[in-house]
Design a protein around this ligand. Structure first.
Ligand SMILES: Nc1ncnc2c1ncn2[C@@H]1O[C@H](COP(=O)(O)OP(=O)(O)OP(=O)(O)O)[C@@H](O)[C@H]1O
Length: 310
């Protein structure tokens, strides 16, 4: 039996006339890694902050391990770890001193601090002042603080925003290791498709305070998107009506300025030979041609009408 760790039921949160979270139901199980994916203003941070007990829902209920914040705040503080968007540290403190300060809130000693420094790969930087850390080191430090109390549930708000791919991957590895060793449950918010796809078992796509879709990457792609993509650029405009294999075309767009087209077809292997024959017959020059499967990005765009980072 899967053990429920987090239960969000009918949660609504308004800020004046903005419906930041608009009736969300979500059940998360022990050891699950869940990504909340969505554009700016989708309501991800508001939802996470309500789960963290930082904000109160207007209506609905949130339970962590069967407990509510109203009745069990003290206990819940012991079992969750969190890092907020753009964590600020005290500049006049060194890395180790900062961790020791936070550790003291939990009554933890320097042994735990040393362990966490190792975990987030900052032992070498323990004497550095926090304002001298790189972006990746700062994010690892924020993660380290959230890990001090060995939380069963970890909530991370955009933990890798602004990091380069290497630093991002390093943080992912730390999190995956943590799950392997401790069975930690994780919710993270992100703008990065690849982060959700690589790191998380389940992806929850949010927009305008609601959940648009959720599932594993595979489930989302097979349930919500059909077809394969052919991107090409040629030496002249090409109207849809002129194309062969009309029955296989699910969607077609052509940008006249760049002379580039995108075809969504049911099956590339069936469609492409006829397309190439047509191009040859009409003496159209192909400057580029790329075939690919649909991605999470395509799914997101088809659901919200915009790209995730817009
Ligand atoms: N304290 C607040 N006061 C007023 N409006 C708020 C407040 N917090 C959030 N909002 C509004 O609620 C909506 C959801 O914001 P939220 O920060 O939860 O989105 P998000 O998905 O986390 O966005 P981002 O990816 O930019 O962090 C937005 O329209 C935002 O402007």
């Amino acid at each position: 039996m899967k053990e429920v760790q987090i239960e969000v039921a009918g949660v609504i949160k308004h800020f004046k006339d903005v419906k930041a979270v608009n009736g969300i139901d979500l059940t998360i199980y022990k050891g699950e890694f869940v990504a909340l994916l969505g554009p700016n203003g989708a309501g991800k941070t508001t939802l996470v902050e309500m789960i963290e007990g930082i904000q109160k829902p207007d209506s609905g209920e949130i339970k962590l391990k069967g407990m509510t914040w109203a009745e069990n705040a003290r206990k819940l503080h012991q079992i969750i770890g969190l890092s907020l968007q753009e964590t600020r540290f005290i500049e006049k403190l060194r890395v180790r001193e900062t961790l020791e300060l936070f550790a003291s809130f939990y009554g933890l000693g320097s042994e735990r601090v040393e362990r966490v420094l190792e975990l987030v790969n900052l032992t070498e930087k323990q004497k550095a002042f926090t304002d001298k850390l790189s972006g990746g080191q700062r994010q690892r430090m924020a993660l380290g603080i959230s890990l001090l109390n060995e939380p069963e549930i970890l909530l991370l708000d955009e933990p890798t925003t602004g990091l380069d791919p290497n630093a991002r991957r390093e943080l992912w590895d730390i999190l995956l290791n943590l799950r392997k060793r401790k069975g930690t449950t994780l919710i993270l918010t992100t703008h990065y498709m690849e982060e959700a796809a690589y790191l998380c078992d389940r992806i929850v796509i949010m927009d305008q305070g609601s959940i648009l879709a959720e599932g594993t990457l595979k489930q989302l792609l097979s349930k919500h998107v059909k077809g394969e993509i052919i991107d090409f650029s040629i030496d002249r405009p090409l109207e849809k009506e002129a194309l062969p294999g009309q029955q296989a075309i699910l969607n077609y767009t052509f940008e006249k300025e760049t002379l580039s087209g995108e075809l969504l077809v049911t099956d590339i292997v069936e469609f492409l030979p006829d397309f190439l024959l047509y191009v040859q017959k009409e003496k159209i020059r192909i400057d580029s041609l790329e075939c690919r499967k649909l991605t999470l990005d395509d799914l997101f765009t088809s659901m919200t009408g915009r790209h995730i980072n817009q």
